[in-house]
Design a protein around this ligand. Structure first.
Ligand SMILES: *[C@@H]1O[C@H](CO)[C@@H](O)[C@H](O)[C@H]1NC(C)=O
Ligand SMILES: *[C@@H]1O[C@H](CO)[C@@H](O)[C@H](O)[C@H]1NC(C)=O
Length: 305
């Protein structure tokens, strides 16, 4: 029994996305929730979502610039920034959530591979940011993480435009070199998380799902912003190529494949996507199957989806 527990504990820190005995197709063997019916991420299919005009905008407080120190760590799976409990998000149903940390998912295995976790009509974006919160009715994240209504994640997709540097990310990107190895940390000061989000935070997709990494707990209320964050090509490249994993290999393709929707419903609070580029694709069936003919799609679109 002790040997068995030892093996489990060891595995616990060794899950991977695509290599070794505990890649994402095997997670459910060690973490049964990963095989559940309410998993994340999912493909957000615009023809299957439900418009709910009563879904109010998220109320984000304490997201604006504030002094203070934000520890940023390479945890071997991604880069993670710790967030202060003064940052809060109130959902449309009135539930208040306390921010805990933000982290990223990206691709980059070869130069044209995207790596967001959620996809929109099958299209994978370059990268994705997750701001993880816990329900304020619980005393701490540790308690909330196993409660059925414990967590909420505010997610935004990252899109690359050729040369326009997103200066709200410059400090973050430049610090990645200082946390090259797993376990390394640095400190960011005076972060403005609101600025790091898209200008439009009013419109979102929403559904009930799970953590996208083990233990894949099915207690996450997801809010995926409809507008993307813009990076320059150089910023996208740096995000994808700065951080090493436990084997000292560059951390690439750190995203989970989309999971079945099963009986869940995805709701939105917008009728048409506010993003003009999405508007162009509206109703033109077939573009999805042949992304090469759709010049308005995000860079690298479809190559992996
Ligand atoms: C947003 O939340 C804060 C703190 O919970 C509250 O004081 C404020 O009134 C809320 N604003 C809106 C527009 O609901
Ligand atoms: C990774 O590289 C660092 C620095 O060169 C070294 O100390 C460490 O032992 C290496 N780890 C592995 C698993 O090779």
């Amino acid at each position: 029994a002790l040997l068995f527990l030892g093996a489990r504990a060891q595995h616990g820190s060794q899950w991977t996305y695509s290599e070794g005995p505990l890649d994402q197709t095997q997670w459910s063997k060690e973490y049964p929730s990963c095989g559940g019916r309410r998993q994340s991420p999912i493909d957000l299919q615009r023809r299957n979502i439900q418009y709910n005009p009563s879904l109010k905008a998220l109320n984000l407080t304490g997201y604006k610039s504030q002094g203070g120190q934000f520890p940023m760590t390479n945890n071997g799976h991604t880069v993670q920034i710790s967030l202060p409990p003064t940052m809060r998000m109130t959902a449309a149903d009135g539930t208040e959530y306390v921010a805990k940390q933000m982290h990223f998912h990206w691709g980059g295995e070869s130069s044209e591979i995207s790596g967001s976790e959620h996809t929109i009509d099958g299209i994978r974006y370059v990268a994705e940011v997750h701001i993880v919160h816990y329900n304020s009715k619980y005393k701490s994240y540790d308690i909330a993480q196993s409660a059925p209504d414990g967590l909420a994640v505010l997610a935004a997709l990252i899109k690359v435009e050729d040369y326009g540097e997103n200066t709200y990310y410059s400090t973050f990107i430049s610090q990645l070199n200082n946390i090259r190895y797993p376990g390394q940390s640095t400190v960011l000061s005076d972060l403005d998380i609101r600025d790091m989000l898209p200008e439009n935070v009013h419109h979102y997709y929403s559904y009930k799902g799970s953590l996208t990494t083990p233990p894949c707990t099915e207690n996450v209320y997801w809010f995926v912003l409809a507008s993307p964050i813009m990076f320059s090509r150089a910023q996208g490249w740096k995000l994808e190529n700065s951080i090493l994993d436990h084997q000292n290999k560059t951390l690439h393709n750190i995203y989970r494949m989309t999971q079945p929707l099963n009986n869940r419903v995805v709701e939105t609070n917008f009728m048409n996507l506010p993003n003009e580029q999405h508007e162009q694709g509206k109703g033109r069936e077939g573009e999805r199957e042949n992304p090469k003919q759709a010049p308005h799609l995000p860079r690298r679109a479809g190559l992996r989806a």
